[in-house]
Write a protein that binds this ligand. Structure first.
Ligand SMILES: [Zn+2]
Length: 587
């Protein structure tokens, strides 16, 4: 009981101690962030002096009196703070460009061949190199910037007394006619670690005052936007570690400081939340696995609360056991900055080839596919070593081979092939040839599908399946199935090597296609029956099986059981149906 009261006191004390203003270190950090300090060239239409007249008039000593002005553009660069002038015509800013590419300060009428123009007519972003300092800046009209702001979120790891806290600040820079204001920072929310290791969230309400909040979203995933901001609904945060040493603080055993300093680590508050439930994640971060921990945090936030992500098990204490790999592999994995996804792929591979090391796996990855070895996951069983040497021998690249294998897989799916691929199919002697062959076959099927797959036909197919449902029949070993979609017809045609794929429109007009199949395997193509259901009497058009009964040059006959079955269906099911539904009633 005593402990619980301590915690409540701690919660209250922390609430009272949360700051409303950032300290100097954070302010200096915010001032330097380029994201809220882009280089701009602020321009306005103004009457500007003509530099050509300037010099002459100066020599007369009557500069002010006879200075000749034109309508041009007055510009100011936020990188150097200097001002310069340019010409302006038809929503274009005009400048003279010297041979070395530098722009010349001064008005121009745009008649000279050295003129370059900058389109400032619309919302298109146009940049210009400042003639004074050479910095590239975005051209922006002065009247557009006033009152606008740029905001970023900063997550600051710090301590309040002995409490470890992450403070979230919204740092804003307002744009003014002359350039920028200095940065202002407003406290947004905070995450604190309690003495017993609970993770508590605080937020500022509409009154700006700190309060404890129950709902738990990671501040990095909550969009922030300021009125008049350039960018709306931004997320994420800059991570600023404002604490030298965590010793003696409530977060001492969280490794949050290491997490904060790691490259690409995200969602620090969610990391703490996970730590509060599975403390062994600290071991992972402490031993160089911060990037993997960060992947894990994000995956957990996105998907679920399962403790088994990529086979990672936080009930284990030792970091290599958490990942489910050996010590040597673990050291290799963290020193080579593996992603959690890669760890998952590696472990999948090891289910097939248990002796593979992380070093080997990386070497193959580098050789065949630097963008992600996990794209090869479906083909792991062929062995990455084998795939590597094959690709090398074929003098091709992984993308080409992957493309071939994926097409081959689609082809097998579309034709419902069930037999294993042969070695020659997996590793064809001539990849280029095989690739083209598979590609042609796929294209042919797709064209066929397109030809008959109009959405109107699809609707009709579905309606017919419903309307003629009483005609579906199972008797003994066999059954009659009505196709569901044009695509099913195409598949039937592809599997049985006949032309039923082209019968979609006939089917819709009542010269219906029925599938004759084994009752135990109704999904598998066998025989195709074509019946005219428009009349009041049975009218069979055709009944065919594989290749219209021609296979390998031999004429095959339809088994008697099948013809008997179809006949029985026609007599017992189709005939009564047609008689009942299609007989013309006489007056
Ligand atoms: Zn400049």
């Amino acid at each position: 009981m005593g402990k619980r009261i301590d915690e409540r006191e701690w919660e209250q004390a922390t609430l009272e101690a949360l700051p409303y203003e950032p300290d100097d270190k954070l302010r200096r950090y915010a001032e330097k962030l380029e994201e809220i300090k882009p280089h701009l060239i602020i321009w306005a239409r103004e009457s500007v002096p003509d530099p050509a007249n300037w010099g002459i008039l100066n020599s007369f000593g009557s500069y002010a009196m006879e200075e000749k002005n034109h309508w041009g553009a007055a510009c100011r660069c936020t990188a150097c703070g200097e001002t310069f002038t340019a010409g302006y015509k038809n929503k274009q800013i005009l400048m003279l460009q010297m041979e070395d590419g530098l722009l010349l300060d001064g008005w121009t009428d745009g008649e000279e061949p050295e003129t370059v123009s900058f389109d400032v007519s619309g919302n298109k972003r146009e940049t210009m190199t400042c003639p004074m300092c050479g910095t590239e800046g975005e051209l922006i009209r002065r009247s557009r910037i006033n009152g606008r702001s740029l905001t970023v979120q900063i997550a600051e790891l710090t301590k309040i007394g002995t409490t470890t806290v992450i403070l979230y600040w919204l740092a804003t820079r307002w744009l003014e006619k002359t350039g920028y204001s200095s940065v202002t920072a407003a406290a947004r929310c905070a995450t604190a670690v309690s003495p017993s290791g609970r993770v508590i969230r605080y937020g500022t309400g509409t009154d700006g005052k700190w309060r404890k909040i129950g709902r738990w979203n990671d501040p990095e995933t909550m969009p922030y936007c300021e009125g008049g901001g350039f960018y709306m609904k931004s997320t994420g945060a800059y991570m600023f570690c404002n604490v030298e040493d965590m010793t003696g603080t409530t977060g001492e055993k969280t490794a949050i400081d290491t997490y904060f300093k790691a490259k690409d680590a995200l969602c620090a508050s969610s990391y703490l939340k996970i730590w509060s439930k599975n403390r062994s994640i600290e071991a992972l971060v402490k031993t160089g696995g911060a990037a993997i921990a960060s992947d894990y945090v994000r995956a957990r936030m996105r998907y679920s609360y399962s403790t088994d992500m990529a086979g990672m098990d936080l009930r284990e204490k030792k970091p290599h056991r958490i990942l489910g790999v050996g010590k040597v592999d673990y050291r290799f994995i963290v020193s080579h900055a593996w992603t959690l996804q890669l760890v998952g792929a590696f472990k999948d591979y090891r289910k097939i080839f248990p002796k593979t090391t992380a070093a080997e796996f990386t070497a193959w990855g580098k050789q065949i596919d630097p963008t992600g070895i996990d794209r090869f996951t479906p083909f792991f069983s062929d062995g990455l070593g084998r795939i590597c040497s094959y690709i090398e021998k074929q003098k091709t690249d992984a993308v080409h081979y992957l493309d071939y294998r994926r097409m081959l897989r689609s082809l097998c799916e579309m034709t419902e092939r069930e037999t294993e691929l042969t070695q020659e199919e997996k590793f064809p002697r001539d990849l280029r040839n095989a690739h083209d062959r598979v590609s042609d076959a796929l294209t042919a099927i797709r064209i066929e599908q397109k030809k008959i797959g109009t959405s109107k036909e699809c609707r009709t197919f579905a309606e017919m399946k419903k309307k003629y449902a009483p005609l579906e029949w199972k008797n003994g070993e066999y059954c009659i199935v009505i196709p569901e979609s044009p695509a099913e017809l195409v598949r039937e045609g592809a599997v049985l090597h006949h032309c039923v794929g082209g019968y979609a429109s006939q089917h819709c007009r009542g010269q219906m296609i029925f599938f004759v199949r084994h009752a135990r395997r109704p999904e598998r193509s066998w025989f195709t029956l074509n019946e005219d259901v428009n009349g009041s009497k049975v009218h069979r058009i055709q009944l065919h099986g594989y290749g219209n009964e021609y296979a390998h040059g031999k004429r095959l006959s339809i088994p008697k059981e099948v013809t008997d079955f179809v006949q029985a269906w026609e007599t017992d099911v189709l005939a009564p149906y047609l008689l009942k539904n299609n007989r013309r009633t006489t007056a």
